[in-house]
Design a protein around this ligand. Structure first.
Ligand code: COA
Length: 332
């Protein structure tokens, strides 16, 4: 049986910075409030003519280059995004694969909101373990600024733009393999975090103006409570099921939604500060892009070394959640 190895990482953040002070000029908020409640100081915003696929391409180029593979060896591209270039078709994954010149590959998007990267990791693992694919490029890319309501202070302070990508490849060596991935969803909590307009559910009975808006709406306080409860339970379970101790984790790489959620989960596992990877302060919540952007951060700063074990966890609209135990396994 083939195993799936996490070979490489890449990421891209747009250059334009939107600080808390900038937001305080747009809505009734302050740097102090945002910092205290979320840990976010600034986020990146894509240029008007910079699409989700453009950011995905930049991240993917780095990931392919660092994988040691030739791009012709990539046989599948999966993109996790809730802010695709086009809402119905074509998929952002097909646009990215064409811009990269990958030729004839399987390419599709998935929608699992902020859990998107954990979901596409599980898809890559399943395709590789079944023998159907050998080298899968996975990309989390978001232009959340395009679906954010900058008059709503409860949401606009949280989100930013960016992309991250990884190459997952077949290996015979079990020591290199992704150990386990959990994914879950519960539509009962759909109304906590959603874009209610713009889909087939809104076209038939709403005015055109409403139907064309895909802005996110959120019940922040309830989302916060469900996130902490669900994530804490999930990370405890994945460690227990795999007989892995929290102290065996070199890097805990959570979805970067809110510093207080991250700290609550880290405390439940009794993790040291050095184990917890944080980028929320500089990028905010970039949904499906946040985990690969955070992995790229520790890679580029030299903190991520071959063989080190990462614990990923994520939570998002749907509701969806997931966790993964992933050794970093670059080709020697
Ligand atoms: N600036 C200043 N005040 C704000 C504000 C802002 N940006 N946003 C909300 N407020 C106000 C509210 O209007 C409310 O005022 P009131 O007491 O006069 O009614 C007060 O702050 C408390 O609001 P509440 O929503 O209870 O705040 P909170 O402590 O829950 O913090 C979030 C709000 C959004 C930061 C927090 O709930 C959160 O991070 N939730 C999780 C969101 C998340 O991670 N979503 C993505 C999941 S992937």
């Amino acid at each position: 049986m083939a195993y799936a190895a996490f070979r490489s990482i890449g990421a891209y953040a747009p250059s334009k910075v939107l600080s808390n002070d900038d937001l305080a000029k747009m809505v009734d908020t302050s740097d102090e409030w945002i910092t205290k409640r979320t840990g976010i100081k600034e986020r990146r915003i894509a240029a008007n003519d910079e699409f989700t696929s453009d950011m995905g391409v930049k991240a993917a180029k780095l990931a392919i280059e660092r994988s040691g593979l030739d791009k012709s060896e990539i046989d599948m591209v999966v993109c996790a995004t809730i802010s695709p270039d086009y809402f119905c078709m074509p998929s952002t994954a097909t646009i990215i694969s064409t811009k990269l010149g990958l030729g004839n590959v399987t390419a599709f998007d998935i929608s699992a909101a902020c859990t998107g990267f954990v979901y596409i990791l599980s898809i890559a693992k399943a395709f590789i373990e079944s023998g159907m694919k050998k080298n899968v490029l996975i990309i989390g890319a978001e232009k959340l600024s395009a679906i954010t309501d900058y008059t709503d202070r409860a949401t606009c302070i949280l989100f930013g733009d960016g992309a991250g990508a990884a190459v997952i490849s077949a290996t015979d060596n079990k020591d290199e393999a992704i150990i386990d991935i959990h994914t879950g969803a519960d539509g009962q909590f759909a109304d906590l975090l959603m874009s209610p307009n713009g889909g087939s559910g809104s076209f038939h009975d709403t005015l055109e103006q409403e139907a064309t808006s895909c802005f996110m709406q959120m019940k922040g306080n309830e989302t916060f409570k469900v996130a902490v409860k669900t994530l804490t339970k999930d990370v405890v379970e994945i460690l227990k099921e795999n007989s892995i101790l929290a102290s065996d984790i070199k890097h805990f790489v959570p979805h970067q939604a809110n510093l207080r959620i991250i700290k609550a989960v880290g405390d439940a596992l009794k993790l040291d500060d050095e184990q917890v990877v944080l980028t929320v302060e500089k990028y905010g919540n970039t949904s499906g892009a946040s985990i690969p952007m955070a992995i790229n951060d520790i890679y580029e700063s030299g903190r991520l070394q071959a063989g080190e074990l990462m614990l990923l966890d994520a939570f998002g609209g749907g509701l969806t959640w997931g966790s993964a135990l992933v050794p970093f396994s670059p080709l020697k």
